[in-house]
Design a protein around this ligand. Structure first.
Ligand code: AMP
Length: 269
């Protein structure tokens, strides 16, 4: 197994560790927090951001699914909860994120997709970001729940290459078949309608209240209307928000990403 997540003492060490004082000063590292309900487009927008900013996406959902796919101890422990659309434990996701952001490709920044989802995770995130000298920008993708249900239940995935399709916004060329390798598309367990409804209920109860937390604890919270079907249009709004912020509060990004911001800012629309 790649991490010591299943070792309880390791979790305890991480959650109680004092901030790393050597790195506690702001280093200009950017942490983009993609916030919004399941199906609001966090994953899609995160991928656009990866290309644009050249910093990695950290998707807790993907990391957890990978554990299930590989049949690790962690995977076995969480499978039933994930199938039911329930959240997995704060300790586990905090640990996964802790380990991931300490990898060297996160040195200039990273995009958090699907984390934090509970008040305990949000507090741990702020502590973690402080300890690695990262500054958060929270992008709240706002979408009506009826649109979400239609979107998520129309989602299909290629079981081989992982490409995501959507009956509304990104249909495959031939219905039910992957454009890239001709495989028959499947539906992710957690995109079934009953599971989607459960995930929205969870979001409403545990995650949406974090908006209040961010309003109080972060100066960099942007609300973006993400109900548009065209992901590129939504991305244009995110680019505008980030460009205006980075203008007044520069962070350390690669030259190419900064150049991209200046020249490509309006291209996505
Ligand atoms: P996602 O792909 O982000 O929608 O996540 C899929 C599932 O993974 C969720 O329904 C949860 O069961 C689990 N999950 C992902 N991220 C978290 C998190 N931050 N906290 C708890 N559970 C999570």
């Amino acid at each position: 197994m790649s991490s010591g997540i299943s070792e309880p003492e390791r979790v305890a060490t991480v959650t109680s560790a004092p901030p790393d004082t050597k790195r506690s000063a702001y280093t200009g590292r950017l942490a983009v927090v993609m916030f919004g309900s399941p199906g609001s487009g966090k994953g899609t927008q995160s991928k656009f951001l990866v290309d644009w900013l050249r910093i990695p996406q950290i998707s807790t959902g993907d990391m957890l699914r990978e554990h299930i796919r590989r049949g690790t101890e962690v995977g076995k422990a969480i499978e039933a909860r994930m199938r039911a659309g329930s959240l997995v434990s704060d300790e586990l996701v905090n640990q996964l994120v802790y380990e991931r952001i300490h990898q060297s490709d996160c040195d200039r920044g990273f995009i958090l997709d699907g984390y934090p989802r509970t008040p305990a995770q949000a507090q741990e995130m702020m502590r973690l970001l402080g300890s690695v000298g990262a500054r958060e920008v929270v992008i709240h993708l706002v979408v009506d729940y009826n649109i979400i249900i239609a979107r998520m239940t129309g989602r299909r995935v290629c079981p081989v290459c992982g490409t995501l399709y959507n009956a509304i916004s990104r249909p495959p060329r031939v219905e039910g078949v992957c454009d890239l390798d001709g495989e028959v598309l499947g539906i992710r367990e957690d995109d079934r309608e009953d599971v989607v409804r459960e995930r929205l209920t969870q979001y409403e109860a545990s995650t949406r209240p974090l908006i209040e937390f961010f309003r109080k604890s972060s100066e960099r919270l942007f609300e973006v209307d993400a109900s548009q079907d065209r992901p590129e249009t939504v991305f244009g709004k995110i680019q505008d928000a980030l460009a205006s912020l980075l203008d007044r509060d520069p962070v350390q990004l690669s030259g190419s990403a900064m150049a991209g911001m200046v020249t490509d800012g309006a291209r996505a629309r």
